[in-house]
Design a protein around this ligand. Structure first.
Ligand SMILES: NC(=O)C1=CN([C@@H]2O[C@H](COP(=O)(O)OP(=O)(O)OC[C@H]3O[C@@H](n4cnc5c(N)ncnc54)[C@H](OP(=O)(O)O)[C@@H]3O)[C@@H](O)[C@H]2O)[C@H](O)CC1
Length: 201
């Protein structure tokens, strides 16, 4: 397999975070990218994910039957990894199949984009044992752990949160520009870059 622009590895976990990954892979293909899906464990509870997986198959998306054992095999073949392994229901430490997957992904030197929660983190806190993505896309509302996100870019998607929920959980969601379905949020890094330096210049 050779890498070319737009080759993206989409790693999907057993829950609905994985389901978001399958939707992401389908959209990437429809937008002209070249996603490959890794979806090793199909959850019984998530029959919607079976449909999402079939939709990917019907678009002829390639599925990996095993995960590359070495990080260089990933970065030689892809430009970006989408981490849709675990979301807010992940409870550390990582078990089974996914332990080695996360260990390998921690070593890759291409950007990682995490969906909702960087895999290996709990929803409430960051973890050095988890992934450290360059891009985080929070769904509906940033989870508490997003405050500790150290990457460059943070977006919020899932615009249509009912107002009743927003009020119930006091979410204080930012306004979305125009008809956009995503909004860029400040990161620790972007906030630091905005601060004037000591010389005041
Ligand atoms: N709820 C919403 O409003 C929406 C959520 N969305 C996305 O979905 C995820 C949350 O999905 P959920 O299925 O509830 O949870 P996860 O995807 O985080 O993962 C659950 C599966 O992971 C297994 N698990 C948990 N901990 C571990 C571990 N340490 N090692 C291995 N496997 C683990 C868990 O297994 P169980 O045996 O514990 O059941 C599940 O199989 C959310 O983050 C969003 O991305 C959508 O956006 C829609 C709206």
């Amino acid at each position: 397999m050779t890498r070319d622009n737009g080759a993206i590895l989409v790693c999907c976990g057993p829950g609905y975070n994985g389901g978001v990954g399958l939707v992401c892979a389908r959209h990437l293909k429809l937008f002209g990218y070249r996603p490959t899906v890794f979806y090793p464990v199909k959850s019984n509870m998530a029959s919607i994910c079976d449909s999402l997986s079939r939709q990917c198959e019907s678009l002829d998306l390639p599925f990996l039957s095993y995960f590359p054992s070495e990080s260089h095999l990933i970065q030689d073949s892809y430009n970006l990894v989408v981490d849709a392994l675990f979301g807010f229901r992940f409870k550390p430490p990582v078990k089974d199949t996914f332990a080695s997957v996360i260990e390998t992904l921690k070593k890759v030197e291409i950007p990682i984009c995490s969906v909702d929660v960087p895999s290996g983190w709990g929803a409430e806190s960051a973890s050095p044992d988890g992934l450290q993505p360059e891009l985080l896309i929070s769904i509906a509302a940033p989870k508490r752990c997003a405050k500790l996100f150290q990457g460059k870019f943070h977006y919020l998607g899932g615009r249509f949160v009912p107002r009743t929920l927003e009020q119930k959980f006091d979410l204080k969601l930012p306004p979305y520009p125009g008809t956009d379905c995503v909004v860029e949020l400040k990161t620790q890094k972007s906030t630091e870059d905005e601060k004037p330096d000591d010389t005041g210049e």
